[in-house]
Design a protein around this ligand. Structure first.
Ligand code: ADP
Ligand code: MG
Length: 208
């Protein structure tokens, strides 16, 4: 079973996780993307596409008029493209990873840390047993070595920590997404945190 990013995002969005506005295109007619605000992001999806950027299946910074050509180019290069997700591009911010995993000893655990390209290089993450409290969420963020990045670093504005805490609660708090972990594990990487809000721009589901 393969669950695509846009399907996971639809479920998470219903649960209160902020995700970018987007549309799914299965042919090469991009008219439905006309309502989205530029710049746009084009992502191909298909059964073999897991690490999309490694496969060249993510293009940032597009105008609506560029979508069809970018999609045709991807389709010519990638073996099995089932369709495309076009979404609004979030402003740059601090990229975090937020995940809900099932630990063999501790059960459902929330993970939060520095994400995006830093995930593997820095392994700067904090864990909390679900359900977490708001205090746990704040403590997890404060415990990161990269915590100063959240509070405005070298001229970047401080990120909206309250929105980030709210997201951690939505995923790992009472009644949160973690309660559906019998379905598998979730990973949001990255969540982009900016000065006024956070948005999960990638979502992956690992079936149980
Ligand atoms: P993958 O992790 O499968 O390679 P992502 O969906 O995470 O693909 O996209 C790769 C990178 O592109 C992300 O880490 C992020 O930096 C950027 N990105 C993806 N979608 C968006 C978006 N909607 N807005 C802004 N940046 C995005
Ligand atoms: Mg990703």
């Amino acid at each position: 079973m393969s669950v695509y990013e846009h399907e996971v995002k639809a479920l998470l969005s219903q649960a209160g996780v902020p995700v970018p506005r987007g549309v799914v295109i299965r042919d090469l007619d991009f008219a439905a993307a006309g309502d989205l605000a530029e710049p746009l992001v084009l992502k191909a999806f298909g059964p073999g596409l897991v690490h999309k950027s490694d496969a060249g299946a993510v293009v940032l910074g597009l105008r609506a008029a560029d979508l069809a050509a970018a999609a045709a180019e991807m389709r010519s290069r990638l073996p099995d493209v089932a369709g495309f997700l076009v979404e609004e591009q979030a402003d740059a911010g601090v990229e975090l990873i937020v995940g809900a995993v099932r630990d063999v000893a501790f059960g459902p655990v929330l993970l939060a840390g520095l994400g995006g390209v830093w995930t593997e290089a820095l392994r700067d993450t904090a864990l909390g047993l679900c359900p977490i409290s708001e205090r746990d969420a704040r403590r997890m963020l404060a415990s990161l070595r990269g915590a100063p990045l959240l509070h405005g670093f070298r001229g970047t504005p401080p990120v909206d920590v309250d929105a980030l805490v709210k997201l951690l609660m939505t995923v790992g708090g009472p009644g949160g997404v973690w309660e559906r972990l019998e379905l598998g594990e979730f990973e949001l990487n990255p969540v982009i945190a900016g000065p006024s809000g956070v948005v999960a721009v990638d979502a992956r589901h690992v079936p149980a």
